[in-house]
Design a protein around this ligand. Structure first.
Ligand code: DC
Length: 223
């Protein structure tokens, strides 16, 4: 079973994916990590994210293990990390270089400890359109930019980071603009995706609806 969850930053994709992964025991791949890893590696090596060739070189040599190692760095999930990821993810060649690593996971989904899983849940921007166009279930989770900025702001404050709400909102809007308008794999719902707006639905409601869809698919596969 392959499930994709796409949508803009802070829409609730990660929370939903974690709840579904716990309930159905499917492995989880947060695909934003591949772009965060490339962006962070550039930052650590003092490379300019405007240097597309340098970004490509790093993408071509990125391994799953290296990505996991970089994910422990404090800037992996910081504003800088998110901004750099968004910039490098707009380069078509970087996206192409990182595609196989993401697709391979669906052939052999495993949990963090290496145990094999019966299915995979992907979260990202293009997982239902480009990474796994043949996924069994595709969800697209969205929310207004103000609601999402408020959530991100609270996350940063909880981690003790010193940021202003206005700055987070401006960043969310800039990233949406880049993610939705880039030429390679722009963020958009797949034609066969079910769209949820978490400005009006809470996460429990979205979770319940997602479970209904997944249970129906499991029943269908059993028949
Ligand atoms: O989901 P995230 O915030 O960790 O993603 C970081 C950046 O990576 C985001 O700005 C867009 C990009 N991204 C992408 O282009 N395609 C994906 N499948 C996942 C993330």
């Amino acid at each position: 079973m392959i499930i994709t969850i796409d949508g803009p930053a802070a829409a609730g994709k990660g929370t939903l994916a974690a709840k579904l992964s716990a309930k159905y025991k499917y492995a989880y791949f947060d695909t934003g990590m591949v772009y965060r890893a490339v962006g962070l590696e550039m930052y650590l090596r003092n490379l300019d994210t405007a240097d597309e060739k340098a970004a490509l070189k790093i993408a071509e040599t990125l391994t799953f293990e290296k990505m996991m190692e970089l994910s422990a760095h404090p800037d992996f999930r910081s504003q800088i990390g998110g901004r750099n990821a968004s910039i490098v993810s707009a380069y078509p060649d970087v996206r192409a270089a990182l595609l196989k690593m993401q697709q391979d996971f669906s052939e052999n989904p495993v949990f963090a400890d290496g145990t094999p899983a019966q299915g995979a849940i992907y979260d990202g921007r293009d997982t239902g359109t480009v990474v796994c166009p043949e996924a069994d279930i595709k969800l697209f989770i969205t929310a207004s930019s103000e609601v999402r900025a408020e959530r991100r702001y609270k996350e940063f404050v909880a981690k003790g980071m010193d940021v202003a709400y206005e700055e987070v909102l401006a960043d969310v809007k800039a990233r949406d603009e880049r993610d939705a308008n880039r030429s390679a794999a722009p963020m958009k719902p797949a034609e066969d995706a079910v769209v949820f707006d978490t400005s009006t639905l809470n996460i429990e409601e979205v979770f319940a609806k997602a479970c209904e869809i997944i249970d129906a698919e499991i029943d269908k596969e059993k028949r």
